[in-house]
Structure formats: structure tokens, C-alpha cells
Design a protein around this ligand. Sequence first.
Ligand SMILES: [Zn+2]
Length: 140
Amino acid sequence: MAEVSYKHCSLMFECPKCSVINYMDPFSFWNFKGKTKCAGCDAIYAVEYSNGQRVKGPDPAQGPHDKLPGYAQSKDYKTEYTMTGKVSPPLYARAPDQKHGPTYSNVRGKPVAAGKLTAADLVGSRARFIVEGKPYKPAG
Ligand SMILES: [Zn+2]
């Protein structure tokens, strides 16, 4: 069977050196310009993403890196990289032990489970991109 190439994929970054597939977490790499580190061989690459499309790179660069991929695995799916320092921890809209948004009191003084969210409450969520209002420009 012919080996599949992921070099044309935007958010699946195949390392040119070690062929490990680095999965760029869409929430943190959707609009990103900077350096990332391959989880397989620790090589540093300069990349640029706009609206989930890779517009520049991967170009070999010098460390330190800005962001790590969300997950990585070898092409034969036998080796996976989930260690801290190789891949980044998941990006949460709020802390994992926090069940809901901010709590408020209503006019009778009783706690209300959720209230109006601010832009800062939406960090890491898809809605944050809508709040920031970056206009969509197709690549190319
Ligand atoms: Zn590599």
C-alpha cells in the first residue's frame, strides 16, 4: 500500500524530518503565527495559520517554540505522543472542575446558575472567534 502523505493538510502537520503527524489543535492554531515544535524529533518550525488554513511554512526555525501541537502520532499509528512537553494540554473554555459559568444572585438573593458571559469567559471556545469578529478571508 502506498504511504499516505499529509504534507498538503493544514492542521495535520507532517514533519519533513521524522514524518510524525502533529495535530494542530484548531482552537489554538486557528489563527496563529509563530513557532511550533515537532513532537517526534523536537525540530522547531515557523508556521502561520489564518482561519484554519496554513498560509506559510513549515520553515525550519530556531527555538524556543511558541505553542505545542495538541496531539501527535507516527504514520503507522503505533507510537503516540501525549507527554507534557511534547504536546500541549487541552484548551478549556473554563477549568475542568468548574461545572458552569459565573454564578449570580437574583433579586430575591437566591443564587442563579449562570448569567451573561463576558468576552473573557469565552476563552478557548468557538464563540470567542465570533466575539473577536475577525472577518473571514478565504486563503489564496
Ligand atoms: Zn519531526
